[in-house]
Design a protein around this ligand. Structure first.
Ligand code: URA
Length: 226
């Protein structure tokens, strides 16, 4: 397009300038680019920043920041709610009772924990394992946004309602949203029940297993396409 034509459309920029514009489109609804750690180029650097984070009050009441576990180049990413007591002690997500159940489900689906990436919406343990409040979730969303940008998973699984609402749909209910595929910016997403819910409610195990079979099949398809 010539300069002359461009001047007819003042809102359009010449291509070389366009390339310099911040083209980044946040993945998570409501996250602003300036909150998304765009300058951070590695997960290790992000983990370092998060270790010193005091954006919300949760850091004061926990032992350590629980950043993530698993393969930094995973095609499959799991996002839970927030660390519990055991996670807070060990510094890793999903290592307590819910985590052990998640490990068993992964194994049953022939998935290795080491090949997937596991994190939470909030990285610090809420006192007494209460639900993180909306301000705490908001303070941590930039980090999750950056983790998604840096891992570049093909598939994201939201474990439980908090992750589902933070990532997929702020008004979702588990019963209606689980087990369905969604696509955003080329990433496939599915919500399923949180493993901790399965420990309390036996009847959720079967639908969760149905979801995991779909997740495994899609994951194998993605891997075959490599
Ligand atoms: N529940 C979560 O949501 N995350 C954990 O890491 C552990 C339990």
């Amino acid at each position: 397009m010539s300069e002359e034509q461009l001047s007819l459309f003042p809102e359009m920029k010449p291509p070389e300038l366009e390339a310099e514009l911040p083209l980044y489109r946040p993945f998570l609804p409501g996250v602003k680019p300036e909150e998304a750690y765009l300058e951070v180029k590695s997960l290790a650097a992000l983990a370092g920043i998060m270790a010193g984070c005091s954006k919300c009050g949760l850091r004061e009441g926990c032992r350590q920041v629980v950043f993530a576990d698993g393969n930094p180049q995973a095609r499959l990413m799991f996002v839970g709610e927030g660390p519990g007591q055991v996670e807070d002690e060990q510094g890793l997500p999903f290592v307590g009772r819910a985590g052990q159940l998640l490990n068993r489900i992964l194994k049953a689906a022939s998935l290795e924990r080491e090949e997937v990436y596991i994190t939470n919406v909030v990285k610090c343990r809420p006192p007494g394992n209460r639900l993180p409040n909306p301000d705490e979730v908001a303070a941590c969303r930039g980090c999750l946004e950056a983790q998604i940008r840096l891992v570049k998973p093909n598939i994201i699984v939201c474990l439980g309602l908090l992750a589902t609402r933070a990532i997929l749909d702020g008004r979702a209910t588990m019963a209606t949203i689980r087990g369905k595929w969604f696509t955003r910016q080329g990433i496939l997403l599915m919500a399923t029940y949180h493993p901790a819910a399965l420990l309390r409610r036996e009847e959720l195990k079967r639908p969760t297993w149905e979801d995991f079979k779909l997740i495994r099949d899609r994951y194998l398809e993605v891997k075959r396409g490599d």
